[in-house]
Design a protein around this ligand. Structure first.
Ligand code: ATP
Length: 360
């Protein structure tokens, strides 16, 4: 069993506390992705799990065993970094076997492990090459192979695909998913790329400034974000946020949009509605704008720029100071500052208070 448990984990660098009591339970065999903007502490969390960084408070357990004071090499983990860190003068085969040979692992077992890793990663035909004779994707496969041969209980990945071009990134993303299914071991993966998080994870941990904003399955975070930060971070293009004010709260809440000529939306809530007069924010995903007349509230915007991706089109629109991204059916129509009317549905919108907390 190799569950990974973090209890009230704190990290301080000098007087700066950068992880503020993280509680995370990664189940045995689960693929968990830590995601968040630059500097939020995700790499530091991963390095603390690996033992490369001391923890300032709390507990970390791997496979039910407290590892706070256990050396990295004895934690049953293997880590894959963004920089491949391959030995340039060694062949692929030697790179894969190096760690095991240094540890005095029996020769036959080392050969078996290297062969298996090469098969899993489909690099068997590259074994005699040096790193400089490999493509970026092949190098990253070798780096992952070095983790596989250790037969760890837990794989830790720190932005492993950041150095690859867009197409290769997608390819390697699928490879890593396949690897997880094949090996069935626990994987923890750090990225700032929300698409990578959405596509790889069983569960995502969204971090912001050293705090956990939400933990959940990708589509649960997408459909039911806990707050404005998560709503804005998960999804591409981003959710739109529209300034609004509460003008009625008789069972449902009625909000008036600040930049749309008094347009009003009535939205049923499950909890207590905010007070009349309260400033709120309405969140609408780009794909949740409908044809005028089809929703609960029509708004007029100015279509500034249109991007046609073939499958869909995105219209970058504005209304006063507010900028919106609106997904439309694919078209070739150019945007030239024309007015355009779209509609919002209460069930396809989210409400947040001024602090960013969700109003349900
Ligand atoms: P990125 O995506 O940019 O790598 P991250 O979320 O992985 O960001 P961390 O590398 O974990 O962020 O860093 C979190 C915070 O801790 C940052 O503000 C960083 O400046 C700070 N930090 C990291 N390492 C040290 C250190 N050795 N000494 C002091 N501060 C540090």
């Amino acid at each position: 069993m190799a569950a990974v448990t973090l209890k009230k984990v704190v990290k301080r660098f000098g007087v700066f506390e950068i992880v503020h009591g993280a509680n995370i339970d990664v189940n045995d065999g689960e693929f968990v992705v830590f995601v968040g903007p630059s500097g939020c502490g995700k790499s530091t969390l991963l390095r603390m799990i690996a033992g490369l960084e001391d923890i300032s408070g709390g507990e970390i357990a791997i496979g039910g065993k407290l590892v706070n004071d256990v050396e990295p090499a004895d934690r049953g983990i293997a880590m894959v970094f963004q920089s491949y860190a391959l030995y340039p003068h060694m062949s692929v085969e030697q790179n894969l076997s190096f760690g095991l040979r240094m540890n005095g692992n029996p020769k036959a077992d080392t050969e078996r492990r290297v062969k298996r890793a090469a098969e899993i990663l489909r690099i068997a035909e590259l074994m005699k090459r040096r790193p400089r004779q490999l493509s970026g994707g092949q190098r990253q496969r070798v780096a992952i192979g070095r983790a596989i041969v250790r037969e760890p209980q837990v794989f830790l990945f720190d932005e492993p695909l950041s150095n690859l071009d867009a197409e290769l990134r997608v390819q390697m993303r699928v490879e890593i998913s396949r690897l997880h299914k094949e090996l069935g071991v626990t994987m923890i993966y750090v990225t700032h790329d929300q698409t990578e998080a959405m596509t790889l994870a069983d569960r995502i941990v969204v971090l912001n400034a050293g705090n956990i904003e939400q933990i959940g399955a990708p589509l649960d975070l997408y459909d039911d974000p806990a707050n404005r930060f998560v709503a804005g971070f998960v999804g591409s293009p981003k959710m739109n946020f529209m300034a609004a004010k509460v003008v009625g709260n008789d069972g449902a809440v009625t909000v008036e949009l600040a930049n749309h000529g008094g347009a009003r939306l009535r939205k049923p809530l499950s909890g207590a509605p905010p007070a009349v007069g309260a400033e709120v924010v309405l969140g609408v995903r780009p794909e949740h704008f409908f044809e005028a007349g089809e929703g609960d509230c029509d708004i007029a915007v100015k279509a500034d720029v249109a991007e046609h991706l073939g499958s869909v089109s995105y219209v970058y629109a504005s209304a006063g100071p507010e900028e919106l991204i609106i997904e439309r059916e694919a078209s070739r129509q150019r945007a030239n500052g024309d007015h355009m009317a779209v509609s919002i549905k209460a069930v396809r919108s989210l409400l947040f208070d001024k602090s960013g907390a969700r109003i349900r």
